[in-house]
Design a protein around this ligand. Structure first.
Ligand SMILES: [Zn+2]
Ligand SMILES: [Zn+2]
Ligand SMILES: [Zn+2]
Length: 335
């Protein structure tokens, strides 16, 4: 079948209308994505080690290289397991009212050991990390002048990470983040027309069609969106309607950590070493009209290069269909 041209297919995201062309004629095998065939990794990555790396500011023992912690989680022996510090190179600051760069930018160091992948923490420790995400958003939601928070993880240097030691970032800003505003507007319009949440509607129809579901248990659904920006893009959503992530109960946090562990493990099994961004989309802290919004995680691998069409036009080309991605993720054995 060499030389057979597969026609690209236009997909439109049902929430914000993003246009994506699925163009699979060059796809299929992982090596088509530029992944090193011998190692299966996108870029050389060092091995994890429980020993402190002398030059890693996030390793236990090197705390002097980061600002004083604003929050920590300790183990039974009083050693820190999770450490939250203000970003040493912040994009925004709480005391920066003058030039408008007002906001919060902090780093959550997710382990004292030099681990490279958050799934290496195991389910119990991941619960603590997810609880810290919730607690930092709760903390900032209570501060005056801040309207919206974003938790995100850049995993791998192709996803923008400058340090490999597992960490995430929290920002809180005095306005609603534009990407979430698009989703809020769409959710508001859909609710006005149908008296239903657009995301609940999406979950229902995706479960009925059952071609893009990656997992569905313990109150959370992971699916490959119908118009993905990247191969293996996934959305993880609570099955029950919830607008704000920071209002999760401890029991919900525990179930969510299990779902997140499974989802990220499947990605790492399907595409070992795959760089990705993990993005939390949640309703603004103060918006009574956001009840129609449905919080979710977006897991966006950084495999296909984003170039002129994406940056200049907001139109994406994805070399792997979400149906094939879901099948591969489903069959990827859990770690
Ligand atoms: Zn380290
Ligand atoms: Zn909903
Ligand atoms: Zn979103």
């Amino acid at each position: 079948m060499a030389g057979l041209l597969v026609m690209p297919e236009l997909r439109i995201d049902p929430i914000i209308g993003r246009r994506v062309y699925i163009a699979e004629d060059r796809a299929g095998r992982p090596s088509d994505y530029g992944i090193h065939e011998a190692t299966g990794r996108v870029a050389p990555v060092g091995e994890s080690s429980p020993k402190a790396h002398p030059n890693c500011p996030f390793c236990a023992g090197n705390e002097i290289h980061t600002p004083v912690a604003s929050a920590t989680v300790a183990d039974g022996a009083g050693r820190w397991q999770i450490r939250v510090v203000p970003n040493k190179y912040p994009a925004f600051r709480l005391d920066e009212v003058q030039d408008g760069a007002f906001g919060v930018h902090e780093v959550i160091i997710e382990s004292p050991e030099h681990l490279l992948d958050v799934t290496q923490l195991g389910p119990t420790r991941l619960v603590e990390v997810v609880r810290m995400y919730r607690d930092r958003l709760r903390h900032w939601a209570a501060q005056p002048g801040l309207r919206h928070g974003l938790v995100f993880k850049n995993s791998g240097c192709d996803a923008g990470a400058s340090l490999e030691h597992i960490h995430s970032q929290v920002t809180a800003l005095p306005y609603v983040l534009p990407t979430v505003q698009l989703e809020l507007d769409a959710a508001g319009r859909f609710y006005a027309a149908h008296q239903q949440c657009i995301f609940c509607d999406l979950i229902e129809s995706e479960l009925a069609v059952n071609q893009r579901i990656v997992s569905d248990h313990q109150g959370y659904v992971t699916l490959c969106p119908i118009a993905p920006r990247q191969p293996y893009e996934m959305w993880l959503l609570p099955r029950m309607h919830q607008s704000r992530f920071d209002l999760l109960t401890d029991a919900e946090v525990e179930e969510l950590a299990g779902a997140l562990q499974e989802t990220l493990s499947r990605l790492q099994t399907a595409e070992p070493g795959c760089p990705y961004n993990l993005l939390l989309h949640t309703a603004p802290f103060d918006d009574a009209h956001a009840a129609a919004y449905h919080w979710h995680w977006e897991i966006v691998p950084r495999i296909a290069h984003e170039a002129g069409l994406e940056w200049g036009g907001g139109v994406h080309i994805c070399p792997l269909s979400p149906e094939k991605a879901a099948t591969r993720l489903l069959t990827a054995k859990k770690n």
